[in-house]
Write a protein that binds this ligand. Structure first.
Ligand code: SAH
Ligand code: SF4
Length: 360
């Protein structure tokens, strides 16, 4: 089966030509796919029935199969998709009062970076996603929104996986989000754990796409304990690459700081961070930890967060606390997959116990 979402307009026209169809049909189909964003071939009402039948027989609209879905009290929608080879990945849709509709999408099944507090890091690396698999996660949300008269407006590459460990496919998806889904570069954010060579490469792309770097600690010892990748790319190199990025792009960048009570939320850490980032055109997003089964830490309590932000402001470093969306549905990176896999394991254990019971 040919995935229609995996074809360029040119390739689609070639395919149709090889079927003896007029090339203008490609543009018609393209409009259904990406402007009208329909979810089925049957909705493509200006195509002859024979063409629709052939499309049904030989093509698919995407390769992701919905395996689980949860909606949070705050409207956050979390999905678990099964890929063609059985791998599981997550995507999240966040709705804001100001009409923003933000999709958080995955770039890998699992992740090789091993950050200790991250559910995805705890499950290890399975494989890279293709550009199409990354792009389709956003497209599926765009389709559903379109059906109720809304538009997908923002994308963050902050789901499972490290986008810069899968650089080409992630950039291919980003380019298609811009060209095919019409999402402005400034409404797309790529988040990286800090792969220095790729930050340099990204700076040279000359895109207006936003960059976020997950920092989480301001000394090498503390950062290496949380993010093993820091041993390969220490803070001095990372911050230097960030300075170069800001200079080249002229853009303000973001640092992510997951606040873990008693670990990286102390006044001392805040002062060290302030010194590290002073003078850099940036913004710090502080996010209380989303607790995961494989890590002992907990989220910082109220007062400590405000104190942390206040110290940063002494250094002229702007910081905002981000609300944890979908906390009641485990919408943190990798958490739904962990839950579903755990449930499946529990289920199979129960089945075995039942079988033993029956034998006794
Ligand atoms: N690999 C990329 C993007 C995916 S992770 C990166 O690390 O930047 C997206 C963000 O979620 C990162 O800032 C990551 O540190 C953060 N994160 C991971 N696990 C978390 C948790 N349990 N609670 C809060 N934030 C978490
Ligand atoms: Fe990978 Fe990002 Fe999780 Fe670290 S925080 S393990 S880089 S997904």
């Amino acid at each position: 089966m040919i995935d229609l979402y995996n074809l360029t307009l040119e390739q689609l026209a070639d395919l149709l030509a090889s079927w003896g169809e007029a090339r203008f049909r490609a543009k018609q189909i393209w409009t259904w796919l990406y402007d009208k964003r329909v979810a089925s071939l049957d909705a493509m009402s200006n195509l002859p029935k024979s063409l629709r039948e052939r499309l049904h027989a030989e093509t698919t609209l995407g390769t992701l199969t919905l395996a689980a879905e949860q909606e949070s009290a705050d409207g956050t929608l979390k999905r678990l998709y099964q890929l063609a080879d059985g791998q599981l990945i997550e995507s999240v849709l966040m709705e804001y009062d100001d009409d923003r509709r933000t999709a958080c999408i995955s770039t890998q099944a699992g992740c090789a970076m091993g950050c200790v507090f991250c559910a995805t890091g705890q499950m290890g690396f399975s494989r890279h996603l293709t550009g199409s698999e990354i792009f389709e996660q956003a497209l599926y949300f765009a389709r559903d929104l379109e059906a109720r008269g809304e538009r997908l407006s923002n994308i963050v590459l902050m789901g499972m996986g490290e986008p810069f460990h899968n650089y080409e496919a992630s950039l291919e998806a980003v380019r298609r989000l811009m060209s095919d889904l019409g999402i402005g570069a400034r409404h797309i954010t790529v988040s990286t754990v800090g792969l220095v060579p790729m930050i340099k490469r990204f700076a040279d792309e000359g895109l207006q796409v936003k960059l976020a770097v997950s920092l989480h600690a301001a000394t090498d010892d503390e950062r290496s304990a949380l993010l093993p990748v820091n041993r390969r790319y220490p803070l001095s190199e990372l911050i230097q690459a960030c300075r170069e990025y800001v200079e080249k792009s002229g853009r303000r960048m973001t640092f992510e700081w997951t606040l873990i009570q008693g670990e990286n939320d102390t006044p001392e850490q805040a002062h060290t961070l302030g010194q590290l980032l002073r003078g850099l055109k940036c913004h710090v997003n502080v996010i209380p930890l989303n607790p995961t089964g494989g890590y002992h830490g907990g989220p910082s309590a109220g007062g400590r967060i405000e104190a942390f932000i206040a110290i940063l402001s002494e250094y002229g470093v702007p910081a905002t606390m981000r609300i944890r969306r979908g906390i009641d549905i485990a919408a943190g990176c990798g958490q739904l997959k962990s839950e579903v896999v755990k449930r499946q394991r529990v289920k199979s254990v129960t089945v075995v116990e039942d079988a033993q019971d029956a034998e006794q």
